[in-house]
Write a protein that binds this ligand. Structure first.
Ligand SMILES: Cc1cc2nc3c(=O)[nH]c(=O)nc-3n(C[C@H](O)[C@H](O)[C@H](O)COP(=O)(O)OP(=O)(O)OC[C@H]3O[C@@H](n4cnc5c(N)ncnc54)[C@H](O)[C@@H]3O)c2cc1C
Length: 333
């Protein structure tokens, strides 16, 4: 059942028609719980509030799988504007980018040019840039591009997905690179990735521990309290400096735990997605944890004193039925 729900939401996340339609609506149907807004200006107060609570942020201007040059250039401009604003507003904040948003599926050299221009501005603004890791089909090219970029721009890092069999092998090439460790969010074939939670968790712990014993900065990005608790013990046993790592979680997830980690003296960073292209991101979050639907249903259908709201029931039922039908008809190959 969990696997069916996962396949269903991942299918929706890849659906072109739904992604395009969703842009016209703005973040709706509960997505606003996990997507901070559509424009950067409007999110600055949220970043300030988090910074005041000793939480740093990484901003993701949502968008991926771009196939149009002008769209990729537009995304680049938006990211560069954001870098200037982070600098001018003196925010404790860095930026996460996706290569497919910047033209990787159009032409590799075009994508590299776009990222170089971003890194030029990031350098001038003294802001770190992280390249998010996407589907396995882009894995080798992402690592290759990172290596090339780092010759001129040391202030760029990436992500290791511990569901990949290759993760540990590739770690040794990235010893001096700032890395984020995650489990991995995409549906991958068993020829390249572990499928069971046990195997993925085991690999996560192995890789995170290895990194924590090294000298480059590591972001431990998970909402999994079992993993966090085991790593906290490891960090204490090995007297690892809290300057060498941070915990990261997504905006809107386990907020109590985010604050608790800060209270315990750990560095913490919240990953904040924003923008019009929210649908694929939102569907992947539902795929990871279908229980997130419970939260959304509760928010959408019930008032604070637990009374049923009438109008959203009708709208919600229509929307979910539509999503289901369109997801089946327009599923991408
Ligand atoms: C900051 C950040 C950046 C990321 N960047 C990328 C990226 O670049 N590329 C990529 O592929 N993926 C990325 N991801 C997504 C990641 O790969 C996982 O898909 C996602 O984090 C879900 O896995 P998890 O480690 O949080 O734990 P899960 O395996 O989803 O959850 C493990 C357990 O933790 C508990 N739990 C989890 N969430 C909750 C909750 N909300 N409330 C209560 N209990 C909960 C439950 O007990 C659950 O069984 C990122 C994730 C984060 C946090």
């Amino acid at each position: 059942m969990a696997s069916l729900a996962k396949d269903f939401f991942i299918g929706l996340s890849n659906n072109d028609f739904l992604n395009q339609s969703a842009k016209k609506f703005g973040a709706r149907f509960g997505a606003e719980r996990f997507v901070a807004g559509t424009v950067f200006d409007a999110i600055i107060p949220t970043i300030r509030q988090l910074n005041q609570k000793q939480i740093s942020c990484t901003m993701d201007h949502l968008g991926e799988f771009v196939t149009d040059r002008s769209e990729a250039e537009h995304a680049k401009e938006k990211i560069m504007d954001m870098l200037h604003q982070i600098h001018e507003e003196n925010l404790d904040c860095h930026v996460s980018i996706k290569l497919t948003q910047l033209g990787l599926d159009i032409e590799e050299s075009f994508c590299i040019q776009n990222v170089e221009q971003i890194l030029e501005v990031a350098d001038a603004c003294d802001v770190f840039v992280n390249i998010d890791m996407e589907k396995y089909t882009h894995y080798d090219s992402t690592l290759k591009i990172l290596k090339l970029l780092r010759k001129n721009y040391p202030n760029v890092g990436t992500v290791i997905q511990t569901y990949l069999y290759d993760a540990e092998k590739d770690l040794s090439d990235l010893e001096d690179v700032r890395l984020r460790i995650v489990k991995g969010a995409y549906k991958e074939d068993s020829s390249v990735a572990y499928g069971s939670k046990d195997e993925i968790d085991k690999n996560f712990l192995k890789i995170a521990k290895k990194r924590l014993l090294g000298s480059a900065f590591t972001s431990i990005a998970t909402h999994d309290h079992h993993i966090i608790n085991e790593l906290k013990k490891f960090i204490a046993e090995h007297q690892i400096s809290t300057d060498n790592f941070e915990f990261q979680m997504l905006y809107g997830f386990r907020i109590d735990m985010q604050h608790q980690l800060v209270k315990e003296g750990y560095r913490f960073c919240t990953y904040i997605p924003f923008g019009e292209d929210w649908f694929g991101y939102f569907m992947r979050r539902l795929a990871e944890r279908p229980q997130n639907l419970n939260l959304l249903v509760k928010d959408a259908f019930y008032t604070e004193d637990n009374k049923l709201k009438k109008q959203p029931v009708v709208i919600g039922t229509v929307v979910l039925t539509l999503l289901f039908c369109l997801g089946k008809r327009k599923k991408k190959g």
